[in-house]
Design a protein around this ligand. Structure first.
Ligand SMILES: C[S@@+](CC[C@H](N)C(=O)[O-])C[C@H]1O[C@@H](n2cnc3c(N)ncnc32)[C@H](O)[C@@H]1O
Length: 388
C-alpha cells in the first residue's frame, strides 16, 4: 500500500513487536506528512518496517496497528469485515442481536458494528474510522442488506480525536424501538438513546448460560433492561430487577409484559442502598445477579473500585440462601480476572460464607479477546454457589 511513513522510537518498536495494538504519542519520533486518519506505514528508529496502522493527529493513541506484515491489502477493510462476518456465522449462529465487529479484536481498531435483527448500529471512534465510514457502510449494505443503518457516534472518546458526537441514520429507516429475540426472550432496544448501542450484547452468552442456575427468589441488581432477570424469570418463582435509571426500569416492565412474565418486579433504586436495606430486613434470595457499571474507569480509580466491588458482593452474599447462586460481573478492564477473583474471595470471607466455583465466564465470543492484550479482556462473569 502506498502511504506516508511514521517513525516510532525503541519503546514503540518493543510494544509493536510484542503484539500490542497501540503506540502512544510519546513513542512517536516523526510523523512526516501523515494526515489525520491516514493508514500509514510504521517504521522503527533504524528504519525497520514494523507494519501498518491508523494514524491520529489528536489522540494520545497515535497509532492503532492494523498488521505487522510486510504488506497491507488495499481492500483490508472489506476483507476484515467479511472475515468477522464469517466467524459470527459460526459463533453467533441463530442469534438475532450480536456484535459483528469489535475493534482491535477483529483487526479493525476503533470500529464497532452491532446487528439488531434487520438493523445495524455502527461506531467509528477514531479519525481513520470517520474517514472510512462510507466504505464501512457500503460493505455492510452489500453483505447484510439491512433495512437501516444508524451511527451511535456519541461516545465521549470521539472528542479526544477532534471528532464531534452525533447520532443519526445513515441508510434506510430505523425505528425508535427494535425488538430482538435473545434465545427465546424478547428485548426491546432503543438504538438511538439506549446504553452502549442499545443492549449489553457482551453479556448475551452469560444471560443464557446463567439462566440454568436461576431458581427460587431472584435478585437482578443493575438489571438495565432486564438482561439477566428476564431469562431467569422463566424458571424462577420471583425476580426483583433493580436499576437506578428510570427509563431502564420502565423498559424492564415492558419487556416482562412482552414475554408474558408476571413474576418480575422492576424497581428503581440505588443498589448500594437497597442491598443495605434488604440486609437489615433479613431478606433472602436463592439467586443474585450483580452486573454493575465499570467502577474503575481509570487506573487511579482502582482502589475505590475495589471497595465498591467488595461492598456489593459482601452484601449480596449475606442475602444469599445456602445453596444459592451468585452471578457476579465486572466490566472494568483495570481490574483483572485474577484481581476480581481475589476480591470475591475476600468478600466471601467478610460475609462469612463459603463458595463453590461453578463457572468462570467472560464477554461473549463475538467480543474477541486478543492474547497478550489485556485491554481486550474487560468482562469477567463468575458463577458461584454458596455451599449448603
Ligand atoms: C453493565 S449495566 C447492566 C447490564 C445488564 N445487567 C444486562 O445484562 O443487560 C449497569 C447498569 O447499572 C445501572 N446502575 C449504575 N449505577 C447504579 C446504582 N448505583 N444502582 C442501581 N443501578 C445502577 C446502570 O443504569 C446500568 O443499567
Amino acid at each position: 500500500m502506498n502511504c506516508s511513513t511514521v517513525f516510532v522510537g525503541s519503546k514503540g518498536q518493543i510494544r509493536i513487536n510484542a503484539g500490542h495494538p497501540w503506540v502512544f504519542r510519546s513513542d512517536i519520533r516523526a510523523a512526516g506528512d501523515a494526515r489525520p486518519g491516514d493508514v500509514v506505514r510504521v517504521s522503527g528508529p533504524h528504519g525497520r518496517h514494523l507494519g501498518f496502522a491508523f494514524f491520529s493527529s489528536r489522540s494520545e493513541i497515535t497509532l492503532r496497528m492494523l498488521t505487522r506484515e510486510a504488506e497491507l491489502s488495499e481492500h483490508f477493510l472489506e476483507e476484515r469485515i467479511a472475515a468477522a462476518l464469517s466467524w459470527r456465522r459460526i459463533i453467533a449462529a441463530g442469534a438475532d442481536a450480536y456484535r459483528i465487529i469489535h475493534g482491535e479484536g477483529d483487526g479493525l481498531p476503533s470500529f464497532i458494528v452491532d446487528r439488531y435483527g434487520d438493523f445495524v448500529v455502527i461506531q467509528t471512534l477514531s479519525q481513520a474510522g470517520e474517514r472510512l465510514k462510507a466504505r464501512l457502510v457500503e460493505a455492510l449494505l452489500t453483505s447484510l442488506h439491512p433495512r437501516g443503518v444508524i451511527e451511535r457516534n456519541d461516545p465521549r472518546v470521539r472528542l479526544l480525536e477532534g471528532l464531534d458526537r452525533r447520532v443519526g441514520v445513515l441508510h434506510g429507516t430505523v425505528p425508535e424501538i427494535v425488538e430482538i429475540d435473545e434465545s427465546g426472550v424478547l428485548f426491546q432496544a432503543d438504538l438511538y438513546h439506549g446504553q452502549k448501542t442499545g443492549l449489553f450484547l457482551d453479556q448475551r452468552e452469560n444471560h443464557v448460560s446463567s439462566r440454568e442456575y436461576a431458581h427460587g427468589r431472584v435478585l437482578d441488581a443493575f438489571t438495565y433492561n432486564g438482561g439477566f432477570g428476564l431469562h431467569a424469570a422463566r424458571s424462577a418463582a420471583e425476580v426483583v430487577a433493580v436499576d437506578v435509571s428510570t427509563t431502564a426500569v420502565a423498559r424492564v416492565a415492558r419487556n416482562a409484559d412482552r414475554n408474558g412474565l408476571n413474576n418480575v418486579v422492576a424497581r428503581e433504586a440505588n443498589v448500594f442502598d437497597l442491598l443495605r436495606d434488604f440486609e437489615r430486613r433479613g431478606e433472602l434470595f436463592d439467586t443474585v445477579f450483580l452486573d454493575p457499571p465499570a467502577f474503575a474507569k481509570s487506573r487511579d480509580a482502582v482502589d475505590k473500585a475495589r471497595r465498591g466491588y467488595n461492598e456489593i458482593n459482601r452484601r449480596a452474599l449475606r442475602l444469599l440462601a445456602p445453596g444459592g447462586c451468585l452471578v457476579t460481573c465486572s466490566c472494568s478492564y483495570h481490574v483483572s480476572e485474577t484481581d476480581f477473583e481475589a476480591l470475591i474471595e475476600k468478600a466471601a470471607l467478610d460475609a462469612g460464607v463459603s463458595l463453590q466455583f461453578v463457572e468462570k465466564r467472560r464477554q461473549a465470543r463475538d467480543h474477541p479477546i486478543i492474547m497478550g492484550v489485556p485491554e481486550t479482556h474487560y468482562l469477567k462473569c463468575f458463577i458461584l454457589r454458596r455451599t449448603p
